[in-house]
Design a binder for this molecule. Structure first.
Ligand SMILES: [Fe+2]
Length: 259
C-alpha cells in the first residue's frame, strides 16, 4: 500500500503528520480555542469559582471521567490483530492505556473532595442540565463509529484539550492555595497527571489515526474526522457552559432572595 503512513519526524510536531491531518488540526483550531480558553478556567485559576460553580463542574464532568476507560474499551473491541499496522498499533496502545486510566476516577473524586464537593454528590447528585453533552457524544462515537473516529474524538480531541486546561489550572498557585493544605497534594494529583507538560498521548492518538487512514484518505473520510474532533470540542465547551450557566442561575436566585 503506497499510501501507508509511517512517521519519520518527531512525535510532537505537527509537520511529522500527513497534510490532511495538519489541515484537520487547523480546521478544528477555533473550536479547540473555545475549550482551552473557556472563561471557567480563568475563574478557577484565580480561585474565584464559587462553591456552586465548583460543584457543577465536578459533578457535570464526572460522567466523562468515569466512562473514559470504557470509551477506550469500545474502541479496542473494533481492532483486529494483523488486519493492518494501524490496527496493531491501536490495539497495543489501547490495552496499555486503559490500564493507565485505572486510578484516574479515584483522583477526580479526591480533587472534588479537596474542592469541597462530597463523593456522594459527584457519584449520585443531580447533574447540571445539558452537561451530559460530551459524555453522550463520546459514548456514541466510541460505540457506533469507526476505530479512527473513536480515537480521534476521545484520545486525541478530549485528552488533548484536557491536557491544556489542566496545565492552566495546575500552574496556578492561587488555585493550589485555595485547597485545604492537608489535602492539597492528593487534590492536585488528577490535574498533575493530566497537565500536558510532556504528555504524548494525544500525539500518539493522532499517529494511530494517521496509520489507520494513510497519507491520502478520501476527502469525505477526512471531513468526517474533522466533524468528530469538532463535536468533541463543542461538547466540551457546551458542558462547561452548562456548568457555569447553572451557577449563574443559582447566583441570580440567591441575589433575588437577598434583595
Ligand atoms: Fe485520565
Amino acid at each position: 500500500m503506497n499510501n501507508r503512513f509511517e512517521r519519520t519526524g518527531p512525535l510532537t510536531e505537527l509537520a511529522s503528520y500527513p497534510h490532511w491531518a495538519q489541515d484537520m488540526v487547523a480546521a478544528c483550531e477555533p473550536a479547540r480555542q473555545q475549550v482551552v480558553g473557556h472563561r471557567l478556567w480563568g475563574r478557577m485559576r484565580e480561585a474565584r469559582l464559587d462553591p456552586e460553580g465548583t460543584r457543577n463542574f465536578m459533578v457535570g464532568i464526572w460522567p466523562v471521567i468515569e466512562r473514559f476507560p470504557a470509551y477506550m474499551a469500545r474502541n479496542l473491541l473494533k481492532t483486529e490483530y494483523g488486519r493492518s499496522p494501524g490496527d496493531d498499533m491501536a490495539r497495543r496502545w489501547l490495552v496499555r492505556n486503559i490500564r493507565v486510566e485505572q486510578n484516574h476516577a479515584d483522583y477526580w473524586l479526591n480533587w472534588a473532595q479537596g474542592a469541597g464537593v462530597a463523593r456522594e454528590d459527584v457519584l449520585h447528585g443531580a447533574r447540571p442540565d445539558g452537561s451530559q453533552t460530551l459524555a453522550d457524544w463520546c459514548e456514541e462515537v466510541s460505540r457506533h463509529d469507526s476505530l479512527a473516529a473513536g480515537i480521534i474524538a476521545t484520545n486525541y480531541a478530549v485528552e488533548g484539550a484536557t491536557g491544556e486546561w489542566s496545565q492552566r489550572i495546575y500552574d496556578s498557585a492561587a488555585y493550589a492555595q485555595s485547597l485545604p493544605a492537608d489535602k492539597r497534594i492528593q487534590s492536585l494529583r488528577w490535574l498533575q497527571l493530566h497537565a500536558a507538560y510532556d504528555d504524548t498521548h494525544p500525539w500518539e492518538a493522532l499517529e494511530i489515526v494517521c496509520a489507520l487512514k494513510g497519507t491520502a484518505p478520501p476527502a469525505d473520510e477526512v471531513d468526517h474526522l474533522i466533524e468528530c474532533v469538532k463535536r468533541s470540542y463543542i461538547g466540551m465547551s457546551v458542558t462547561l457552559d452548562r456548568c457555569l450557566a447553572a451557577y449563574h442561575v443559582a447566583g441570580e436566585e440567591v441575589g433575588e432572595v437577598a434583595a
